[in-house]
Ligand binder design. Structure first.
Ligand SMILES: NC(=O)c1ccc[n+]([C@@H]2O[C@H](COP(=O)([O-])OP(=O)(O)OC[C@H]3O[C@@H](n4cnc5c(N)ncnc54)[C@H](O)[C@@H]3O)[C@@H](O)[C@H]2O)c1
Length: 331
């Protein structure tokens, strides 16, 4: 088996000062990467800041003979993400990989969250991931290479107390599939990990349940997730736009699928749709389209009008009269 190595590669790990991010930084550095350990050092709920976690992990890596620098910018801000990216490029002259791992959690019923708490959670997960991707993108496009690893969550499947957190991770999911499409012409691949691991965030959610705490700690050490992330961050990762479920020693795939559905000869009515719900909802036969074009082609094919050529929708070129006057207004 070819060893997964990262010599000459520069990889940024956000939220690298604790929990999962620390394990990612350690494994990437042990496998030869030059690692930027970013962490603003917040509490689980995103309040407060401390430079200690980032510096401690960078120091730990250096003591083990690896290469790392600490960075304490807040990725939830555009300026923080840009400054972090600039620091990485100035330090090592390149940027090959980005692991968007920084995260916070406020678990409470929807009606009990303040406006500011909702914003804080979304700003960290969707905002932080988007800010970092936008900051590193020009460097990756210029070098015609990039590996982006985002972080989603089982919260995507839904549960109580997780609505805003799940909305943030849903945003990251949509971003990941689209980055895969946008990055393909430039050699950029973007995937996401869906981890389960014993960290302060997950252990706090168990609220002192001793049996579950023991189970989580025994079966889901954070270091196991790092193996999945190392593969996703590596040049050899064979796919893009996908989600890997890293659950202890079990690794699986989570995907968006569309069922075969039901085709009517005449226009369906609400009543006829209700009647056919078992067949509509059945997951016995399904597809996993990898793009809007692929999903549209599947729909056309089911309707009997699809050709044999793969459909290629151009969603990036504005319609005549709708052109943007220039580049991004605030860059
Ligand atoms: N632990 C799990 O089982 C689990 C499950 C699903 C998803 N996740 C996700 O994995 C990621 C890591 O979580 P963890 O369990 O290691 O949590 P953690 O609290 O141990 O570590 C998260 C780190 O991110 C840092 N951080 C938070 N906001 C930041 C910001 N704006 N800028 C820079 N750094 C910031 C924190 O200071 C902290 O050190 C998160 O995105 C989390 O949502 C974790």
């Amino acid at each position: 088996m070819d060893e997964i190595r990262f010599e000459d590669r520069v990889v940024v790990v956000t939220g690298g000062g604790r929990g999962l991010g620390r394990e990612y930084a350690l494994v990437l550095a042990a496998r030869g990467a030059r690692v930027v350990v970013n962490d603003v050092g917040t509490g689980i709920d995103g309040r407060g800041a401390s430079p200690s976690p980032a510096h401690a992990v960078a120091e730990e890596i250096r003591l083990l003979g690896g290469q790392a620098v600490a960075d304490v910018h807040d990725v939830a801000t555009v300026l923080g993400a840009r400054a972090l990216t600039r620091a990485a490029v100035e330090r090592w002259g390149r940027l090959d990989g980005l692991v968007n791992n920084a995260g916070i959690s406020i678990m409470r019923p929807l009606g009990e969250l303040s406006d500011e708490e909702c914003r804080r959670v979304l700003d960290t997960h969707v905002g932080g991931t988007l800010n970092m991707v936008r900051a590193v993108w020009p460097h990756m496009v210029a070098s015609r290479y990039g590996r982006i690893v985002n972080t989603c969550s089982d919260a995507l499947f839904g549960d109580t107390g997780l609505s805003v957190y799940a909305a943030g991770k849903g945003g990251v999911l949509g971003l990941t599939t689209s980055l895969a499409a946008e990055g393909a012409p430039y050699g950029i691949k973007a995937n996401a990990v869906v981890p389960i691991a014993a960290t302060r965030m997950s252990l706090e959610a168990l609220q002192g349940d001793e049996a579950m705490t023991a189970l989580l700690t025994d079966l889901f050490p954070a270091r196991l997730v790092a193996s999945v992330v190392a593969l996703l961050a590596h040049e050899s990762v064979p796919f893009t736009g996908e989600l890997l479920h890293a659950a202890g020693r079990r690794v699986g795939r989570i995907f968006l699928g569309v069922t075969e559905g039901v085709l009517w000869k005449e226009d369906p009515t609400p009543e006829s749709i209700r009647e056919q719900l078992p067949a509509i909802r059945s997951t016995e036969a399904f597809r996993t389209p990898q793009s809007v074009s692929a999903s549209m082609a599947f729909s056309l094919q089911q309707l009997g009008v699809g050709g044999t050529e793969p459909l290629a929708l151009d969603l990036a070129t504005p319609a005549p009269g709708n052109e943007h006057p220039g580049g991004p207004a605030d860059s």
